[in-house]
Design a protein around this ligand. Structure first.
Ligand code: FES
Ligand code: CO
Length: 327
């Protein structure tokens, strides 16, 4: 089923890891739409994955001379979506003007392919990601992780400081340090972000030493958030970006980027394994939350002061008018 949310259709939604789009076209689902991704020398492209001739999936075809070729009768489409060749048509006849593919916005950035279902390449807002551009940070890509939940529940879990010492006990917190001090959420030219929140961790940097570290959470876009963890003694910074693809009404696909300005002592594979393990602890919680839709009415559910980031996220979605096509 299509998620008919006009706000999210204007958003850049993560489609896949950039490394997962090779010379072959690739099929992905974004908000219930079947999308064909493909690469040419010009760059990356996204079409509705549907040939106007007989409804074949264009993603089953191939790329030839910078054009997408339908697998069924080999009609060829250029990157503007115009059909440039119909092999069955006598040479004397013109290609019908209606022979077109629906073109979505598509771009490659921060190690991902992004799709904009509105087709707007220029107008749709994107977000800055300074750590990704900064050579002092080592970057590790994470995902895809398929989750049977809607993106806002997954994103709010990522923004939730209170669960660290409970769900991730002995990894990201300890049971005798569960209290969270008060902090503010600030809106300024940097966007929406929390003040630093003190979290006691058993081994925040792999050295084996338990200590306080400081978390700052930030909301970049409706489907993209990040946090930064700072060690005041060493200056070590770890930033993790989370971006979630609404795949259909029931499932989402989570992706991330881990950025470290220090040597973790782990290989990239080990960093991904650790993140997978942490995510596996969150997954059953998130997949079983009710209601599945994050309540944007702040009178629903009972928040604490330490939930200020979550509250800010709910308010942000409400202001934008994100409604999953249900309103
Ligand atoms: Fe695509 Fe016939 S269905 S060319
Ligand atoms: Co968690």
């Amino acid at each position: 089923m299509i998620i008919n949310d006009t706000v999210l259709r204007q958003e850049w939604i993560v489609a896949c890891l950039a490394t997962d789009l090779t010379n072959e076209p690739k099929q992905v689902f974004i908000m219930g739409e079947r999308v064909a991704l493909f690469r040419t020398e010009e760059g990356v492209h996204a079409f509705k994955d549907l040939c106007i001739h007989r409804g074949a999936a264009l993603s089953l075809g191939c790329v030839k001379n910078g054009q997408l070729v339908c697998p069924y009768h080999a009609w060829e489409y250029n990157t503007e979506g115009e059909c440039t060749k119909i092999p069955q048509l006598p040479a004397s006849q013109a290609i019908p003007a209606k022979a077109r593919a629906t073109v979505y916005g598509c771009k490659e950035q921060y190690g991902f392919i992004w799709v904009n279902l509105s087709g707007d390449m220029e107008g749709a807002p994107f977000f800055p990601f300074p750590e990704f551009e900064d050579d002092q940070f080592h970057k590790v890509m994470w995902g895809p992780q398929v989750v049977a939940a809607k993106p806002p529940r997954i994103i709010e879990n990522f923004l939730d400081v209170g669960h660290l010492a409970v769900v991730h006990e002995n990894y990201l917190g300890v049971s005798d340090h569960t209290e969270i001090g008060d902090y503010r959420v600030i809106r300024d030219e940097r966007g929406i972000h929390s003040e630093e929140i003190e979290v006691f961790q058993p081994d925040p940097d792999g050295s084996g030493q338990a200590k306080n570290v400081y978390y700052t959470y930030a909301i970049d876009r409706p489907m993209t958030v990040h946090f930064t963890k700072r060690d005041k003694e060493t200056g070590n910074l770890m930033s993790i970006l989370l971006t979630v693809q609404p795949r259909d009404t029931e499932t989402s696909v989570a992706y991330g980027v881990m950025c470290f300005n220090y040597d973790t002592g782990n290989s990239d594979e080990e960093s991904v394994e650790f993140q997978d393990m942490i995510f596996a602890q969150d997954k059953p919680i998130v997949e079983n939350q009710k209601p599945e839709d994050l309540p944007l009415d702040l009178q629903v559910e009972l928040s604490l002061k330490c939930d200020r980031v979550s509250i800010a996220y709910r308010q942000y979605l409400k202001e934008l008018g994100v409604n999953w096509g249900t309103a």
